[in-house]
Every structure is written in structure tokens, then in C-alpha cells.
Design a protein around this ligand. Structure first.
Ligand SMILES: N[C@@H](CCC(=O)N[C@@H](CS)C(=O)NCC(=O)O)C(=O)O
Length: 236
């Protein structure tokens, strides 16, 4: 037993200092992240019967379109909610997500379905099947296509979003890493394969379609807002 212990000690002594230091740093880093997450989860005091809407930050510039869509819906339907901006991603790794009592629901569209069921509301209840189909088409266009063109402009080409969300200057060396990650995501989506001009053309075509369809109407489908209007407002 003693010889086994001394063999282990010998092995550790032979390991170069930089390897020991790197292993130590990784272990310390992981410990800090795990402890930080545990503390964050523990200290959250979730009130009963209130929707908690999670998004990464809140400020004069709303940079999380899908969270703004949900918040707009909550406000229109007068459902009480609280914002949580503690930067904790939901179970699907994205924002927004909500908590309601013991339930956790990620994804803006599933959140709205949950709100409709739980609070017995539905902003689309006056729409006929044809209107519902049109609203669905516009929402999908904005969320699955226009959104990415806007993201590329805000965070990649023009990079205006970093300033608007108040990124501390000390973190600015991380911007190229963020951009590289974004380019990988958008390349896989497809839009990241286009030039800046082409992406702007794609965006303009979508916005033009919304503008033409809106015309002089107050909302997408008339005088009253529907669920897709929350998506339009969130994205634009
Ligand atoms: N389909 C989702 C999309 C949510 C989404 O893309 N959220 C973005 C912010 S607007 C996000 O969390 N991005 C961070 C990431 O992908 O890591 C929804 O409707 O909620």
C-alpha cells in the first residue's frame, strides 16, 4: 500500500509544473461555475401564481425579439408577470423561457400556447382559418428568416448591438469569438453564406411584404391585434 502511495507521489512529482497549473485552473474554473450556478438557483425566490419571464437583460434597446413578443402578449392580455434577467438559459438553451409555479416552459410559441390554456385567453379567437393561415405565414417568415438577417446586421456586420446592450469595454476582446460562433450558426442556417448586400436584400423583401400587407391597417389583420402582431413588434 505504501509503495503504491509513493509511486503515485513520484508520478505527481514528475508531472511538469505547467500541466499541474493547467489542471488546477480547469478544476478551479469548473468549481466556480458549478458553485455559482447552484447559488443562483438557490437564491431565486419564485413568487406563486406569477409568470416569471426569463431573458438575458432589459434596457432601452430590446435585443431579444422572442422575449419582447412574449412580454407584449402578457401586457396585451393583462397577465401579471415579472422579469428575471439573471442570464440563466432555459432548458432548450435559449431565451425566452418562463416559470409558472412549478412549471417551466421554453420557446415563445409554446409559452403563448401555455398562457392561452392556463389563463383561458386567445388573442386569435376572432380570426377565421384563412386569417390564421396568413398570420402564421407572416410570423414564420419574420421569426425564421428576417430574424437572422437582423441578427447578422446587429451583431455581425454593423455590430451596433454590443454598444446598445452596454457590453463593458473589458469584455470587448471576446467580440471576435462571439462573431465566429454566430457565423458558424448562421452558416449552418444558410443565411450566413450570403454577403452583407444579399442579406440586406433578403431583409428588405420581408419588410416590404409586411409593409405592403399592413398598408393603412392598425394591425396585421385589422383594427385589433392578433398573436402575430406580437411577433412583428418583437422582431421590428
Ligand atoms: N424558437 C425560439 C427562438 C428563441 C431564440 O432564438 N432566442 C435567442 C434570443 S432572441 C437566443 O436565446 N439566442 C441565444 C443562443 O442561441 O444561444 C422561440 O420562439 O423562443
Amino acid at each position: 500500500m505504501e509503495s503504491a502511495t509513493s509511486a503515485v507521489c513520484d508520478f505527481i512529482n514528475k508531472v511538469p509544473f505547467y500541466v499541474k497549473a493547467s489542471v488546477g485552473a480547469v478544476v478551479a474554473g469548473i468549481t466556480i461555475i458549478v458553485v455559482h450556478r447552484k447559488l443562483k438557483t438557490k437564491k431565486r425566490d419564485v413568487p406563486r401564481d406569477t409568470i416569471i419571464l426569463h431573458q438575458p437583460w432589459y434596457g432601452p434597446y430590446q435585443m431579444v425579439p422572442f422575449a419582447l413578443k412574449v412580454e407584449t402578449y402578457l401586457r396585451i392580455m393583462k397577465i401579471p408577470y415579472k422579469l428575471d434577467v439573471s442570464d440563466e438559459k432555459g432548458p432548450k438553451g435559449k431565451y425566452p423561457w418562463i416559470e409558472y409555479n412549478d412549471q417551466v416552459i421554453p420557446d415563445s410559441s409554446f409559452i403563448i400556447k401555455f398562457l392561452n390554456k392556463t389563463f383561458n385567453v386567445d388573442l386569435d379567437k376572432g380570426l377565421n382559418p384563412e386569417q390564421l393561415a396568413v398570420a402564421h405565414g407572416f410570423r414564420k417568415m419574420l421569426e425564421e428568416n428576417t430574424y437572422w438577417a437582423i441578427i447578422m446586421n446587429r451583431w455581425y456586420f454593423e455590430s451596433t448591438a454590443f454598444k446598445k446592450v452596454g457590453l463593458p469595454w473589458i469584455l470587448s476582446p471576446l467580440i471576435p469569438y462571439f462573431k465566429r460562433g454566430l457565423l458558424k450558426t448562421t452558416y449552418n442556417h444558410g443565411i450566413g453564406r450570403h454577403s452583407h448586400d444579399e442579406i440586406n436584400e433578403i431583409m428588405k423583401e420581408d419588410l416590404n411584404a409586411v409593409s405592403k400587407f399592413l398598408g393603412k391597417k392598425r394591425f396585421l389583420l385589422g383594427d385589433e391585434p392578433c398573436q402575430a402582431d406580437c411577433a412583428v413588434f418583437g422582431q421590428l
